[in-house]
Design a protein. Structure first.
Length: 437
């Protein structure tokens, strides 16, 4: 089986090393040896260390490489939308199988890739696109096809999980925790994709598409990052017996008109310490899947890094190579359900709201009245004086309110009206609460 590798960076170079070190085992598993026929890179002469590969296989022309008749499998480790999309569409339409770790492309325009694969008759595999080495997508794509998945909740970005874990452990603020993550190599020089939730949103779209047999794109995902999470938020979560995580949540639901829908969102949320995801620390990933017959399933492990991602890539290479040798194709994309994605305002969630209020009689009643006007039920209220810890007339006080489940639009409207209330000096923070806290 002859492979074309697009990109030879952190992941691509690790793929080359694993192909070399495990060549005998891989050949035995597939039934034929794997050979790297070409590696497309931007700069051929760049120093790539001691890679166990003939320098003659490097090329700066990826289009020419994927068009070659002797290529069986194209492995893409470049990332981004273009030109990766054009390369892969060309390969798939020509009947080649494709293995990719490109979450951004799959979330942005996965449908085009699936259509090209159907047209050419090859396989499209992408286990490494979500949660690194964790076997997750194939269970959703194959193992759970006899079941009905109702919800997928996950921690799918290691950088943000490291930052939030550090804030929880040390009491540091966001900026301090981000600096530590950068120093340790967990955060990129430009961490925007991670801390603003773009990376997690792309992965959420992929998970929802597989779980609910519906094409879900990045634009369908409600996205919020962690940059507004404060040390005070973390302390408040601890007081409730919770921790804060950046979650991707994809769930089935019923719209007001009775139609089945899905909602897909990424945002920071408080979860109780008893929740399986609460103990996932550092840069690890974990995904919690709920299905009608199988019940609750947990997938956990390293979500990034050259070796873990390359492991997932090679798993896909073995699968598609065995299919080609057998003259068969894996099951095509399953998007038959075609469920509408409902807006964030209709998603059911709970809010944790911290208010800085004037400490005088009637304030709590006025605040509770705003919640009542929007049909939002209050679960708990915690009140205390700001600053010195002693409440006195005409002093500020902290008011922390946790709601019962309500539509997000009603909760957001409540917060907006609270901002205009005379007795409310400021809305200090708003966080969603997930789980049973």
């Amino acid at each position: 089986m002859r492979l074309a590798l697009l990109g030879c960076g952190t992941v691509g170079s690790e793929v080359v090393r694993l192909l070399h070190s495990q060549s005998a085992d891989l050949a035995a598993r597939i039934g034929a040896p794997l050979e790297i026929a070409g590696i497309a890179v931007r700069r051929i002469g760049r120093d790539r260390g001691e890679l166990p590969v003939d320098p003659a296989v490097f090329t700066a022309d990826p289009f020419d490489l994927v068009k070659r008749d002797d290529i069986d499998v194209v492995v893409e480790c470049v990332g981004g939308i273009e030109p990766a999309r054009s390369w892969l569409v060309e390969a798939l339409r020509a009947g080649k199988s494709v293995v990719t770790a490109n979450k951004a492309l799959l979330a942005e325009d996965g449908g085009t890739l699936h259509d090209a694969a159907a047209q050419g008759g090859g396989d499209l595999y992408y286990e490494a696109a979500v949660a690194g080495a964790i076997p997750l997508l194939r269970p959703l794509r194959e193992s759970l096809h006899g079941d009905r998945v109702t919800q997928v909740t996950g921690i799918v970005n290691g950088t943000t999980n490291f930052i939030l874990s550090a804030m929880d452990t040390t009491g540091a603020g966001f900026a301090e925790a981000l600096a530590e993550a950068t120093d340790l190599g967990y955060a990129e020089a430009d961490p925007t994709a991670d801390v603003e939730g773009f990376d997690a949103a792309a992965k959420a779209a992929i998970l929802a598409s597989l779980a609910f047999h519906t094409r879900v794109g990045a634009a369908d995902v409600h996205r919020e990052g962690i940059t507004e999470v404060t040390a005070a938020d973390v302390a408040s979560a601890k007081a409730m017996g919770c921790t804060i995580k950046l979650l991707c949540i994809a769930a089935r639901g019923i719209a007001a008109d009775g139609r089945e829908t899905v909602s897909v969102r990424v945002h920071p949320a408080m979860i109780p310490l008893t929740h399986p995801l609460a103990s996932v620390g550092d840069a690890f990933n974990a995904v919690f899947v709920e299905a009608e017959a199988a019940g609750q399933l947990m997938f956990y492990g390293p979500g990034a890094g050259g070796a873990p991602t390359a492991s997932a890539v090679l798993g896909d290479v073995v699968a598609v190579s065995r299919n080609r040798l057998a003259g068969v194709r894996a099951a095509s994309e399953s998007a038959y359900a075609d469920l509408p994605v409902r807006p964030m305002g209709e998603a059911l969630t709970r809010y944790h709201i911290s208010l800085d209020v004037t400490d005088r009689p009637g304030v709590l009643a006025a605040v509770a009245g705003v919640f009542a006007q929007h049909d939002v039920s209050i679960a708990t209220v915690r009140q205390g004086a700001a600053g010195s810890g002693m409440a006195g007339r005409d002093e500020d006080a902290d008011l922390v309110i946790v709601t019962h489940v309500a539509p997000d639009a009603a909760l957001a409207a409540t917060v907006q009206e609270l901002r205009g209330l005379d007795a409310v000096r400021s809305v200090a923070s708003v966080l969603r609460v997930e789980g049973s806290a």
